[in-house]
Design a protein around this ligand. Structure first.
Ligand code: OOG
Ligand code: MG
Length: 264
């Protein structure tokens, strides 16, 4: 096993055991390139266990998130089939370390995008859009990390929920998603509010970032890919017994329940 693959195994074991580990960068120098290699090796470990990539996510596309975590560069991670939770279903608190949840919007691709072709427009490949929730669960102690650490940890990706898809096509003018209200509720109480404008000024800009980052880091964008554009507000802790719902004006609602757990 290479040194980078061993780091991926450490993070993978931490996720499986729901037990935090020290930041990798405290023990060795980790370049951003190394970090993406660790992320890739982690996805290979998941695939070896029968999981598979179904999409990509961006991190730190909003100031609220960047400020919350003290990290200011946009990062990309991989979503897998086993991370997806059906809308309204429950997740087990005990399967996470110190989970947080954040409201997002999701795009779905109707065709593959050729990353080697600069004229192949990602926005043109989007056929649907939906409100989404992302559960992030850093595998690092105290949920604290450097940029390279969080990239190696697949951008804290743990689970995601996508609401009902709505058709979206730029050719037909598309829905204007540049400034839609976003509300995050826990047990019916509003805990965060924001706007999709928080996502790079317009979530459609996230599509340019997806293309650039996917190309840069050797990720693929096949047909059917789900793309999470990044949280519109800060993330909130996910606690046992709660119901979390996000709503995005014009796009609808999406929710998840939290069962069990001994950590709270
Ligand atoms: C990293 C993931 C950031 C987002 O939407 O900005 C992210 C983290 O906050 O642990 O998913
Ligand atoms: Mg996120």
């Amino acid at each position: 096993m290479t040194a980078l693959a061993a780091l991926a195994a450490t993070l993978s074991d931490a996720a499986l055991a729901a037990s935090a580990v020290p930041q990798l960068s405290l023990a060795q120098e980790l370049t951003l390139e190394d970090a993406y290699a660790v992320q890739r090796a982690g996805i290979e470990l998941r695939s070896a266990r029968g999981d598979r990539p179904v999409g990509l996510k961006l991190g730190f596309t909003s100031r609220a998130k960047a400020e919350q975590m003290g990290v200011h560069d946009v990062i990309v991670g991989v979503l897998t089939a086993r991370m997806q939770v059906p809308d309204g279903d429950s997740v087990d608190r005990a399967s996470f370390i110190h989970p947080r949840i954040e409201p997002e919007i999701a795009f779905r691709l109707g065709r593959a995008v050729d990353l080697s072709d600069p004229t192949d427009d990602l926005a043109d490949a989007v056929i649907a859009i939906a409100p989404a929730l992302e559960i992030i669960d850093s595998r690092y102690r105290d949920f604290s990390f450097s940029l390279a650490d969080v990239v190696a940890d697949n951008t804290s990706a743990a689970a995601f929920v996508v609401g009902a898809w709505q058709g979206f096509g730029l050719a037909g003018g598309g829905t204007d998603v540049s400034n839609l209200g976003v509300v995050l509720e826990v047990d019916g109480r509003v805990v965060e509010t924001g706007s999709t404008a928080a996502i790079l000024g317009n979530p459609l800009r996230a599509l340019d970032s997806f293309k650039r980052m996917a190309r840069l880091h050797g990720l693929e964008l096949p047909s059917g890919s789900v793309l999470l554009a990044g949280a519109a507000t800060a993330a909130v802790p996910l606690t046992s017994g709660s119901v979390v719902e996000a709503s995005v004006t014009g796009l609808g609602r999406v929710s998840v329940r939290v069962s069990g757990g001994t950590h709270d």
